[in-house]
Design a protein around this ligand. Structure first.
Ligand code: C5P
Length: 302
């Protein structure tokens, strides 16, 4: 029996615990090393089958650009699979964009995972991952579904296990376009590459090579975000948020290409400190987030 609809599908945001630019490809894309962690700040998607083959998007929360990444993901999967079915995609957008939180990429990944079920395609994860890489550098991580050490331009994923932690995540009013940051001549592009076991605290457990899960605690504050100095120059509000978080939590670092900044806030049941009900400047938005052990839909692809 074909599935008619799938509702309340989460698309979680991510943080980059560190982000190193270790080189550049001939096509201009940057080679990265980063640990990506999923957090419980989510968009919600609903998908419904259409018999007429059309793809339509409906914005339940904030309005999205007309041809966003979810529609492009749906169109690509429809074309590559040859299905005659279409879909209505409804999106309740909660995660701010232009923030480095991966919201749009996560929506696209959830779309791929959902339509794979809705259309009865039964594509294995590896095939969805190849499609994801064509949509954007962050999309494979969300299709992979596990916190990961990410390399290449975002397509090389090594799952890692992280201690569940709290993060204060705050985005200033300003947004940042990713290409602006990557195109800046002053961007550091030659950070020395690390090896997987090199940045984890020695807790007696070591990274297993290859498939490697079973990695333990990321050393507090390891590394840096190489995109941060560039983003702070383009957008002084990023530095303002960082300094404000540092004063409250003792640490602060930008995620992705910004403009959101996060602070580690402990690993106990409750965070060590919290965000106030009101932010000090207009247009800032943020919340306390928990790191997720894995993507809620991780088992939707085999
Ligand atoms: O793939 P995505 O759409 O997220 O990337 C947006 C832009 O950011 C790219 O067009 C490219 O200019 C830049 N980028 C890069 N290296 C990466 C990821 C993105 O240069 N690894």
């Amino acid at each position: 029996m074909p599935i008619h609809a799938l509702v309340d599908l989460p698309a979680p945001a991510k943080l980059n615990l560190f982000l190193h630019v270790v080189g550049r490809r001939d096509d201009g894309y940057h080679l990265l090393q980063s640990v990506f962690v999923l957090i419980d700040w989510c968009d919600t998607l609903h998908v419904e089958r259409r018999g007429d083959g059309r793809l339509a998007r409906h914005d339940l929360g904030r309005a999205l650009p007309a041809d966003d990444l979810t529609l492009r993901a749906a169109r690509l999967l429809q074309a590559e699979s040859g299905t005659t079915a279409g879909a209505d995609l409804s999106i309740d957008k909660r995660v701010p964009w232009g923030a480095g939180l991966g919201g749009g990429s996560s929506d696209a990944a959830t779309t791929l995972l959902a339509l794979n079920q809705l259309w009865g395609l039964h594509w294995p994860r590896a095939r969805l991952l190849a499609l994801a890489a064509r949509l954007g550098a962050d999309v494979p991580f969300f299709v992979g579904g596990r916190n990961a050490f990410v390399e290449g331009i975002g397509e090389r994923l090594t799952p890692v296990e992280l201690t569940p932690a709290w993060y204060a995540v705050v985005k200033p009013a300003a947004t940042i376009a990713t290409p602006t940051v990557f195109a800046d001549p002053s961007l550091v592009r030659d950070t020395e590459a690390v090896i997987l076991s090199g940045f984890f605290e020695d807790t007696g457990q070591r990274a297993e090579s290859g498939e490697g899960r079973g990695v333990a605690v990321l050393a507090q504050g390891f590394g840096r975000n190489d995109l941060q100095p560039v983003a702070e120059r383009h957008c002084p509000e990023v530095a303002e948020v960082r300094r404000w978080l540092e004063s409250r939590f003792g640490n602060g670092r930008m995620t992705g290409s910004g403009s959101a900044v996060f602070a580690r806030a402990g690993t106990a049941d409750r965070p060590d400190a919290t965000l106030p009900a009101q932010f000090p400047a207009p247009g800032w938005e943020g919340r306390m987030c928990r790191g997720l052990p894995e993507h809620p839909l991780v088992h939707w692809a085999g």
